[in-house]
Design a protein around this ligand. Structure first.
Ligand code: GLP
Length: 262
């Protein structure tokens, strides 16, 4: 696991945006895993800038969302599908239909079948090349709350009161935050070839330390990332505050050979 401590979320956005740009240069048909929340926003802003400058194209690429609320009306501005449409798709040049999210509509097949289909669609697209991830204050990734199986696949989950309170800022009233979600499982996330986790601000410091330096445990879903062979954790100074090895991470990054990339 590589930990990169940066001066600002914008710097983190440039780093992750640079990794995605290199990926697309080598593999125009790459598959991106996209997360919602505030943490990935600097990455999406950076990708938009690079698109405007003609540095990259998503024309042949695909993307898969991590998760989605269940029960919001289609097109609701807080649905994760709508969030990715406005924060990422509107800024770059994905082909129509290239960005896919879990199907949470109550269709005849039902949610469990739609979840299985979603994992199958990701696999059929060749798997995720770079997964952008945030982390909840309780250590969740996607919407895999504490207690989630470390081998889980895409499925229905119930949000904790803490996550609903954390996400209430995006809704008119706290009770409007849905209770249910569909999320890629921890096992689904771990199938990505490269995972870039972003966290900013002091509220994330305990979760970041537990995920990176604590034991691997279902109580901290992000700690499962320790089992993955290529994870980059990009944090600002406040989010890095509880890391015991922060000095070592800084030295390692400063001394990193330039050919290594992220
Ligand atoms: C939600 C999303 C997660 C995200 C988390 C943190 O729970 N499902 O994918 O990581 O929020 O959000 P933020 O980045 O806004 O702190």
């Amino acid at each position: 696991m590589e930990v990169v401590i940066v001066g600002s979320p914008e710097e983190a956005g440039r780093l992750a945006g640079g990794a995605i740009t290199s990926l697309l240069a080598n593999k125009p048909g790459a598959v991106l895993g996209v997360a919602t929340g505030s943490s990935p926003l600097p990455v999406y802003a950076d990708l938009g800038r690079r698109r405007q400058a003609g540095e990259l194209s998503f024309a042949a690429a695909r993307a898969f969302l991590l998760d989605e609320y269940v029960g919001l009306p289609a097109g609701h501005p807080q649905s994760y599908r709508a969030f990715i449409a406005s924060e990422l798709e509107a800024r770059v040049d994905f082909a129509p239909g290239a960005v896919q999210g879990p199907d949470v509509a109550d269709d005849s097949e039902g949610i469990p079948a739609a979840c299985e289909r979603y994992d199958a669609d990701i696999a059929a697209a060749g798997g995720v090349d770079i997964q952008v991830l945030g982390i909840g204050t309780d250590g969740h990734i996607g919407f895999n709350e504490p207690g989630s199986s470390l081998g889980s696949r895409t499925r229905l989950k119930t949000l904790t009161a803490r996550t609903r309170a954390d996400n209430a800022r995006f809704f008119a009233a706290p009770e409007e935050v849905p209770r249910h979600v569909v999320t890629q499982g921890i096992g689904t996330i771990l199938d990505a070839r490269h995972i870039v986790l972003l966290a900013f601000g002091s509220a994330k410091a305990p979760a970041v330390a537990a995920a990176v330096e604590g034991p691997v445990t279902a109580m901290v879903p992000a700690s499962a990332l320790q089992l993955h062979r290529h994870v980059t954790v990009v944090v600002d100074h406040p989010a890095a505050a509880d890391l015991q090895l922060a000095g070592y991470y800084r030295e390692t990054y400063t001394a990193k050979p330039s050919w290594q990339g992220l």
